[in-house]
Design a binder for this molecule. Structure first.
Ligand code: SF4
Ligand code: SF4
Length: 419
């Protein structure tokens, strides 16, 4: 039986762990923009506590302060008191999500429902192919100039960059471990070449790969958008599907899914959730772990590649340099990282759509760093960040290829001399 609401006592106890030291404030992207205490981790914790004690009501200002949070969890990473901010934010949004306008709730519900249904995703993928094949973006951009929301959606689906990869031949006699690959809902629609690239890399590393059935999503978007009940239902279904898979490991391609799956033992009281989380890795960490045990031949790539470490990557791996470690095995590659390693691009969850002002401001400053650095590629393992960066780059017609790091690695593993 799934609980219907997060327990008040638990939420207040979690909030009480905050000693109000303020060490998290300089790491919070929304506080750095607004300098408003209510838009800081400490301020939001106090607001959620007051909500759960019935000392405050969810008025529009309070709702907006929780909405603006990017769920980057930079605050959790630096908090000396180990405050479980993720739990507190979920509890706050569980209440405030009911206070949005009818239009907002309808738009969000439709989007979440669409992304979690396989048939709808397939339909969206097909429509997107037609949209790009007919270059409908040019036509629609002219019409959409009068409709800012439509224009925003259009700029978020720029023409994808295709990075080729192929499945290598591996000696058939080698014993193989079975790995299930988890593709994100958004990745399935917007980045269809990431999954074949991951398959190519893992097969080169001598694993047998299967695709985790995409009938259900991991629940991350529902979790972060004030619908923990649907999230728990999706987590249960995900765990049941895992039970049927009989695999040695579960590897997710998007760090957004990976950070949610790592939280399963906390979110679902079922021993299977802990077993699943134990056998789970994100693709870059998994590849690096196994690359250390065997060498791979890689083609040189004498170009500058900017590495973005998304907030969700920091949540799934203790090693924030894991993407750099993976790509540094490519000969002659020149890797660059953002000066501020805790910078957030602002795309978090659905913020790129619903908190567009913040997202644009944060994204723009990161893109200008990429442009100043003269990079040919920008790699990120988070599909939301990738779409946000692509949209920003396409606005200025910048010739920078945005892709998942595993795509770049797979391309160098397989093909010769076409960098
Ligand atoms: S959340 Fe942690 S770092 Fe931030 S004020 Fe509270 S105790 Fe300090
Ligand atoms: S999750 Fe990120 S945006 Fe939200 S309060 Fe923490 S640091 Fe600030």
């Amino acid at each position: 039986m799934l609980p219907t609401r997060l327990n008040n006592k638990d939420v207040i106890a979690a909030a009480d762990k905050c000693v109000m030291c303020g060490l998290c404030l300089p790491h919070c992207p929304t506080y750095s923009i607004s300098k408003n205490e209510a838009e800081s981790p400490r301020g939001r914790i106090a607001l959620v506590r007051a909500l759960h004690e019935d000392k405050l009501s969810p008025d529009p200002a309070l709702v907006s302060h929780l909405d603006q949070c990017l769920a980057c969890m930079n605050c959790m990473a630096v908090c000396p008191a180990k405050v479980d901010y993720a739990k507190i934010l979920d509890a706050g949004r569980d209440i405030t999500s009911q206070q949005h306008t009818f239009r907002h709730r309808l738009g969000r519900s439709l989007l979440l429902a669409a992304l979690s249904k396989t048939g709808v995703r397939k339909f969206m993928k097909g429509m997107l192919r037609i949209y790009h094949a007919l270059r409908m973006d040019r036509l629609l951009k002219k019409v959409a100039l009068r409709f800012p929301h439509l224009l925003r959606v259009i700029t978020l689906v720029p023409r994808p960059h295709r990075i080729r990869s192929a499945v290598p031949s591996v000696p058939a006699h080698l014993p193989k471990k079975r790995v299930a690959l988890v593709e994100s809902c958004a990745g399935e629609i917007f980045s269809e070449t990431t999954l074949p690239a991951a398959e190519a890399v893992l097969q080169a590393l001598q694993f047998e790969t299967v695709r985790f059935p995409q009938t259900h999503c991991c629940g991350a978007l529902h979790q972060h958008n004030g619908d923990p009940r649907t999230a728990r239902k999706l987590i249960q279904e995900f765990c049941d599907t895992f039970r049927e898979q009989n695999v040695d490991a579960l590897v997710s391609l998007a760090t957004g899914c990976a950070s949610q799956i790592n939280r399963y033992p906390e979110l679902l009281d079922d021993p299977l959730s802990a077993e699943l989380a134990n056998r789970h890795r994100d693709i870059c960490s998994f590849a690096v772990e196994h690359l250390e045990r065997q060498d791979q031949d890689l083609q040189a790539l004498p170009q500058k590649v900017f590495v973005h470490v998304p907030c969700t990557q920091k949540q799934v791996s203790d090693d924030v340099h894991v993407v750099e470690k993976l790509l540094s095995t490519i000969p002659k590659i020149q890797l660059e990282t953002f000066q501020d390693t805790s910078a957030c691009c602002g795309a978090g969850g659905l913020n790129v759509l619903f908190q567009a002002r913040h997202a644009d401001r944060l994204g723009k400053s990161m893109i200008s760093e990429v442009m100043n650095g003269g990079a040919s590629y920008l790699v990120t393992p988070n599909i939301g960040c990738a779409l946000h960066f692509q949209a920003q780059l396409s606005k200025i017609n910048a010739p920078v290829v945005v892709c998942h790091p595993i795509q770049l690695f797979a391309r160098q593993l397989i093909y010769s001399g076409d960098a």
